[in-house]
Design a binder for this molecule. Structure first.
Ligand code: NAP
Length: 332
């Protein structure tokens, strides 16, 4: 399987390292970052490209760009791991559309274009007879999209709810465990590298709402947009609120919930019994799926991280390979 990788940040580098370490039958024929690109149809040297990025800050030829890779490189799967833009989906949206139109499969961890243009991108993939996989956009290493699309095929998904943002979960966990104020816990999250300098996306609940949109579009099969989600973040949660919850053997978690039967699509802080499966600690994510046949299934795992996100991307690449090797009969 020949792959081209756009983006050499935390996820792109983690993916390159895993491909280099494991014998997965994946050849990297092109890479690009924001300033340069490198292409070789016989396969690039992963060690050399990682070293070049470390020394120079860019990975290849500065006269080439990501668009050269998408339109000219020799690859079967484009891996799109550039930064998320939830408003426009760019530059990933253009990269993905160009690759699909060229008849190439796409695997991405980029929430922006998948949440914004779910239907358009899937129509484009279908029209060109290729696959678009996006496991890494929700829940990091947790294979929730595979579970929804393959494992629970034939089930009716009644509802899905969960902890979809590790930064918020870390802050709430630390407030409960150490009696920290919201501001103190946020500062700690920043120091640990879990929160961005501008944490708005996370603490206002926008990031989990984008993930909820992707999940809802996946299992609901009708177009839902970010604007359809009722969003309340965690930035107004006080330590007193957490103490009061504890008096009732409960705690507070930021829960994203989609329930088509009850018309619910929301992200909000919720009171949960301490024994509830969604009460996970630190940066973990947890997702419960309610179905008619399988009953309730809860998945818990790492919601972010370089190698953890690479795990989800590799699962998608190998799914595409196996599908085309004939081990599956019909595209999901
Ligand atoms: N990190 C995680 O744990 C995680 C988990 C799940 C999903 N995601 C998603 O995965 C994506 C990548 O995350 P990340 O943490 O790896 O981000 P990151 O560390 O900010 O890296 C982004 C990379 O994209 C490159 N880039 C920017 N614009 C580009 C362009 N036009 N063409 C080609 N490359 C371009 C950047 O180039 P330079 O190196 O030149 O700046 C950088 O190498 C994001 O969409 C993120 O939301 C991340």
């Amino acid at each position: 399987m020949r792959v081209a990788i756009l983006g050499m940040g935390s996820v792109g580098k983690g993916l390159l390292q895993v491909i280099n370490q494991k014998d997965l039958g994946i050849t990297v024929t092109a890479v690009a970052d924001s300033k340069s690109a490198l292409m070789d149809r016989d396969g690039i040297s992963i060690e050399e490209v990682l070293e070049a990025k470390k020394i120079h800050g860019y990975c290849g030829d500065t006269s080439l760009s990501s668009v050269d890779v998408v339109t000219k490189a020799a690859y079967d799967v484009l891996v799109e791991v550039t930064p998320t833009n939830a408003t426009t989906g760019e530059p990933a949206l253009t990269h993905i559309l160009q690759a699909l139109t060229r008849g190439r499969h796409v695997v991405t961890s980029n929430k922006g274009p998948i949440a914004r243009e779910f239907e358009r991108l899937h129509r484009c993939a279908a029209k060109n007879g290729v696959m678009l996989r996006y496991e890494a956009t929700v829940g990091g290493a947790i294979p929730v999209i595979h579970v929804l699309q393959q494992g629970l095929a034939g089930n009716r998904v009644r509802a899905i709810y969960g902890v979809l943002n590790g930064t918020c979960n870390f802050i709430l966990s630390r407030m409960a465990a150490e009696g920290l104020s919201y501001e103190q816990a946020l500062l700690e999250a920043r120091e640990m590298g879990y929160a961005e300098a501008d944490p708005t996306y996370d603490v206002k609940g926008i990031d989990p709402a984008i993930k909820l949109v992707i999940l809802a579009n996946t299992f609901w099969k009708k177009t839902v947009q970010l604007e359809d989600v009722d969003i309340t973040g965690i930035d107004m949660i006080t330590n007193d609120a957490i103490r009061l919850a504890e008096e009732e053997d409960c705690t507070i978690r930021l829960i994203a919930e989609a329930n088509p039967e009850r018309g619910i699509l929301r992200v909000a802080p919720r009171l949960l019994p301490l024994s509830h499966p969604l009460v996970v600690e630190g940066t973990l994510n947890a997702i419960t799926i309610e179905t008619d046949l399988a009953g309730e299934i809860t998945l818990i795992g790492k919601g972010a991280g370089s190698v953890e996100t690479a795990s989800a991307i590799i699962g998608d690449i190998l799914f595409i390979r196996d599908f085309h090797a004939g081990s599956h009969k019909k595209a999901p």
